[in-house]
Design a protein around this ligand. Sequence first.
Ligand SMILES: [Zn+2]
Length: 306
Amino acid sequence: MTEMPGMVRTVLGDIPPEHLGVCDAHDHLFLRSPMLPGQELDDPAAALGELTAFAAAGGNAVAQWTPWGMGRRMADLPELSRRSGTHIVAATGLHQARHYDAAELARLRDSLAEMFVHELTEAETRAGMIKVAGAFHHLDHHTRHVMAAAAHAHHATDAPIGIHLEGGTAALDALDVLCGTHGVAPHRVLLGHVHRFPDPAIHRQAAETGAFLVFDGPSRAHHGTDWRLMDSLAALVDAGHAHQVLLGGDTVTANARSTADGPGMSFLLTGLRPRVERELGADVATAIFVRNPARAFAVNWRDTLH
Ligand SMILES: [Zn+2]
């Protein structure tokens, strides 16, 4: 079966995947959580500064994985996209339960799938992906419930599902639930934070299903595994999975921006891309930064006719 290339849903509308360009496949312009007190990313001017620096380094697009209820400032994204000249893909979905008020979660519990579909297809500024989150080496009740809703929304829209894997763990469990139980095609699943658990056998097993593996860092909070990044990428490339690897900056605090203490979004292009080019070749670099994100975020939207 040949699949149509689909369209990438950005905050300014749908674009053909080949227009996406050089992409930071997992990052945050805005983020707020009770788990990160005093570290909120909530300043549109600072977000514009970071995006502008990224664009100056050659960046064309960013996927913001901030889900519902975590200060993603959806209404600010179109203007930021216009002013910086970068495409922005926004997210719906839900993070782990600890990032929310329990009463609010309880209220939403039975309408999650409906809310995700609304945000993907009807909201004024639309999301282009669904974010879910696992737990450390397991999937808890909340995760399973959110994954079921995400799978439902995926089947209704074809939107990709990006997973925050806690410490990079439980990748195979997440694939088992989403793809095994709920019938999501593996290539519609983006496994986030896999660099935080650099087990080559797990990476390879996950890649063999057809899922995308998102190496999103380097991150100040998780730098302990940064030095394994190139080995992890090389192992996947050697095993024939270069077309399933994505890179992102995953900037989660104001301090970690390139306009503050760094490394921020632009380091992906000033620091990591030259290394990928040197060690794995220019074609692999183009796959990771351009071709793979174009495929990962291209969707055969079921709500509209193009
Ligand atoms: Zn993130």
